[in-house]
Design a protein around this ligand. Structure first.
Ligand SMILES: *Cc1c(COP(=O)(O)O)cnc(C)c1O
Length: 397
């Protein structure tokens, strides 16, 4: 076998891997509590499903324009206007097979060998690998819990070079649940303009915010920063539509047009039926979204409180997404049956094997001191899972 350098430079998505492992154990009859999930545990709302069924019955089952149907682009343009105070033309919008696909198209359209891409850590698992797949160099910048895991202007400046091509921002963040305030975004925008690099802004958790935190899109701060920002968003998280594979990006028309060409040579259009469902998701009734957010909020409050009560664990209260990201490093000098636990990977394996709880090691997100627990599962599962974790940790010596 002689695989490409590109293929051997990356690893499979660790979050999808842990989810698959938990699901496989469950299929074998093992009672696993799955805190590894990266998707809402709610069903896609009925009005959205019905729009898809209508599309099938109407025969809307053929190729569409590569970058998405006009009707959906118009709905996305409206969304940006209404939610983000951003004005785009249709030729500044692309619909892709999920936000991940939009991000990948951006990486292909912008990155070359020698380009540096700044990625604040903890980061979403796919960012570094998408950069590597396009021959560029990820510059991982570790952020601090005391800054709510935000990259500070000083850190950003210190990591900028003449080769810096882009910064990847994710607010609200997976895995930390932290979000950027306007002031910090203004300072970041200033640096991006001064040093002439792009900002890729992944805003997929925009709708999942708590404690009245207000989302700000960095692109909305000025026309100058809008000209160098590509905003990525989608319906997977906001409308419980992970399997439908609809995401989108907005940005300067030359970049969007390059992304559309790339998409035309790879996947072609996103599924016609899913596009019709997406129109309904964006323009139909929205009562599902605040309902889901209030359900997540109850779980968030419970989970964070419980985690902080466990000896040796500290956990920041997240303001967005559906993840808790506790620091568990005080357990790293401990052992179980003489087997040492020295990393977030060791601890995650221990918890899966001994406590039957699946979660993702912080190392997968670029910070080994932490683990990630998703609360996109029932309150009952959360209670049982945390009981199991507490008990398993108390057995470490
Ligand atoms: C889930 C997720 C995505 C990808 O979402 P899809 O639209 O399903 O591809 C992108 N970014 C982050 C941070 C995510 O958590």
């Amino acid at each position: 076998m002689r695989l490409s350098k590109r293929a051997t430079s990356i690893k499979p998505s660790p979050t999808l891997a842990i989810d698959a492992k938990a699901k496989a154990l469950r299929a074998k009859g093992v009672d696993v509590i799955n805190f590894g999930v990266g998707e809402p545990d709610f069903d896609t709302p009925d009005n959205i499903k019905e729009a898809a069924i209508r599309a099938i019955k109407d025969g809307f089952t053929k190729y569409t324009p590569v970058g998405g149907i006009d009707e959906l682009k118009e709905a996305v343009v409206e969304k940006f206007k209404k939610d983000n105070n951003l004005t785009y033309e249709k030729n500044e919008i692309i619909i892709s097979c999920g936000a991940k696909h939009s991000l990948y198209n951006i990486a292909e359209a912008l990155f070359d060998l020698g380009d540096e891409v700044i990625i604040p850590a903890p980061y979403w698992v796919s960012y570094p690998d998408q950069v590597l797949l396009n021959d560029a160099t990820p510059v991982i910048v570790k952020t601090d819990e005391k800054d709510s895991f935000k990259i500070t202007p000083a850190l950003l400046k210190a990591n900028t070079s003449k080769n810096t091509k882009a910064l990847i921002l994710n607010s609200p963040s997976n895995p930390t649940g932290c979000a950027y305030d306007r002031r910090t975004l203004e300072e970041i925008a200033e640096i991006a303009i001064a040093h002439d690099f792009y900002v890729i802004s992944d805003e997929i958790y925009e709708k999942l915010l708590y404690d009245r935190f207000r989302h700000v899109s960095i692109a909305s701060l000025s026309n100058e920063i809008k000209q160098r920002t590509i905003v990525v968003n989608g319906l997977s998280k906001s409308h419980a539509m992970t399997g439908w594979r609809i995401g989108f990006a907005a940005g300067p028309k030359d970049i969007i047009s390059a992304m559309t060409n790339i998409q035309s040579q790879s996947t072609s259009n996103p599924t016609s039926i899913a596009q019709k469902a997406a129109v309904e998701a964006l323009t139909g009734k929205q009562d599902f979204v605040p309902w889901m957010v209030s359900e997540f909020d109850k779980r968030r409050v419970y989970m964070i409180e419980r985690l902080n009560k466990i000896k040796g664990i500290t956990c920041l209260k997240p303001v967005g997404a559906f993840y808790a990201f506790p620091n568990v490093s005080s357990y790293y000098d401990k052992t179980f049956n003489d087997k040492p636990i020295n990393s977030s990977f060791d601890l995650a394996s221990y918890l899966l094997e001994e406590a039957k709880v699946a979660l993702v090691s912080g190392g997968a997100f670029g910070d080994d001191r932490y683990i990630r627990l998703s609360y996109a599962t029932s309150m009952e599962n959360i209670k049982t899972g945390l009981d199991r974790i507490e008990n398993a940790l108390s057995n470490l010596r």
